[in-house]
Design a protein around this ligand. Structure first.
Ligand code: AMX
Length: 412
């Protein structure tokens, strides 16, 4: 751990000095005007915060430290025999600011393996909830139980110098990221597999081990998890989960408290729960139309019906993006390679052809194009992870990488 922590601190010290200099020189510079409607619409379009880890362009989509998703797929280290990036590499990039070597990534994998022990009382806390509780509720409760482990809160209570905040926030963030797959897999096996739990495999990477603990051993599914964990990790600072983690962290709430706040936001249907909503919407459509593969005409009618009922078409629209989400495209490419004939995948592609002009025709929806959630469920269903109310937990495990890397930057 020492190496990555030292490298992070060295980078953060340079940036802190630069920021100090910029503020001294240009601190009074005006960067925009604010209209009344922006204030009433939740600070829409106001540049109000800095996020170091990623940048979201309305036309182009997300860049992580300057790299697009296809670039990351090319440049980040992969698992042996794999073609998708290891999310350990993305975390290193977001944290340190440089592309990692294979060695850096293997180092992170083994650090996270070493720190992944989850105390029994966390499992007991999960067990105290009815099994019917939504997986996101179980996830947040487990994170809150794990907060007892926070080094930051213990050291702060004992008297911690401001200069050392970053150091303990860093340790807490690493511990939390290491433990999340075990917690999420426990919830999955508890809720859907009669509590038949699977022990971690210390030889696997973070996502591969997560897939294994959920009960999915296929190499293709593990590759999907590596891609999934990479593309859901971060989306600049304005989205609800990132903003909530940042905001709560600003009160010096420790990383467990801050991340739990972010996860409560991710659990909302207009944010991370949309991946569950998309699949629910597709299955309700299939049931109503009594077909596994609705025609484009039928889909068009169903989109119009959804709008007429005053509901949103899940998986479409975005507060910032104004084009097809590159995270949607990355998943479509994965599906083209591995499962182009799957009827749910084909339905997702047909919705993509039919829905945007109808949404655009309403004249009020600013972005008629699909976001990340429009595609993810179809791939999970294809590999047998059929329980859609679990999908947001997968999103949450991934989102920890970006928001906790950002929290380390905030404190440093
Ligand atoms: N279906 C129907 N109506 C939609 C819509 C959609 N997919 N997207 C936007 N609209 C509506 C809004 O509800 C709003 O209606 P109103 O004026 O009657 O209140 C109007 O169009 C203008 O909204 P907007 O400025 O285009 O979007 P926004 O920034 O207010 O909201 C978002 C963005 C994502 C919440 C919205 O597009 C939406 O509800 N989409 C469906 C849910 C979804 O896919 N969420 C996931 C987003 C990605 C993520 O965070 N994981």
């Amino acid at each position: 751990m020492g190496v990555i922590k030292d490298r992070f601190k060295a980078k953060a010290d340079i940036v802190a000095a630069e920021v100090k200099e910029i503020l001294k020189e240009h601190g009074k510079k005006k960067i925009g005007e604010v209209t009344l409607s922006q204030v009433y619409q939740g600070m829409r379009g106001i540049t109000g915060l800095v996020t170091e880890t990623s940048l979201l362009d309305a036309q182009e989509g997300i860049r992580f430290r300057g790299y697009t998703i296809p670039e990351l797929q090319q440049k980040l280290p992969k698992a042996a025999g794999g073609t998708e990036p290891l999310p350990e590499g993305l975390f290193y990039l977001m944290l340190v600011g440089d592309l990692p070597t294979e060695e850096n990534v293997h180092h992170l994998t083994s650090v996270w393996q070493r720190r992944s022990h989850v105390p029994n009382y966390v499992f007991d806390t999960i067990e105290a909830l009815p099994v019917s509780a939504h997986p996101m509720t179980q996830f947040v409760v487990a994170i809150m139980a794990l907060q007892i482990e926070s080094q930051f809160s213990k050291k702060y209570a004992a008297g911690l110098s401001k200069k050392d905040y970053w150091n303990v926030v860093f340790d807490d963030s690493m511990d939390l990221i290491s433990r999340l797959p075990r917690i999420a897999a426990y919830i999955y096996r508890r809720k859907y597999k009669n509590g038949d739990h699977i022990q971690p495999n210390g030889l696997l990477d973070w996502s591969g081990n997560f897939a294994h603990m959920m009960g999915y051993e296929g190499e293709e599914f593990k590759e999907l998890m590596r891609l999934y964990m990479t593309i859901h990790a971060d989306h600049e600072g304005g989205n609800v989960s990132a903003h909530a983690t940042h905001l709560v962290g600003s009160a010096l709430s420790d990383p467990y408290l801050s991340f739990a706040a972010g996860m409560n936001g991710l659990a909302g249907p207009l944010h991370g729960l949309a991946n569950q909503e998309v699949i629910k919407w597709i299955f309700e459509m299939r049931e109503e139309l009594k077909t596994d593969l609705p025609s484009k005409e039928q889909i068009g009618e169903y989109v119009k019906k959804t709008l007429a009922e005053g509901k949103v078409v899940p998986g479409y629209g975005h507060a910032v993006l104004r084009k097809t989400d590159p995270r949607f495209t990355a998943q479509a490419e994965f599906a083209k390679k591995h499962c182009p004939d799957d009827p749910i995948v084909q339905t997702v592609w047909n919705v993509y052809e039919v829905a945007p002009p109808i949404l655009e025709g309403t004249g009020k929806i600013k972005n008629p194009w699909p976001n990340v959630d429009a595609h993810s469920g179809s791939l999970l269903k294809h590999y047998g992870l059929i329980e859609e109310d679990f999908y947001t937990v997968l999103f949450g495990v991934s989102r920890a990488l970006g928001v906790l890397a950002s929290l380390c930057w905030d404190r440093a």
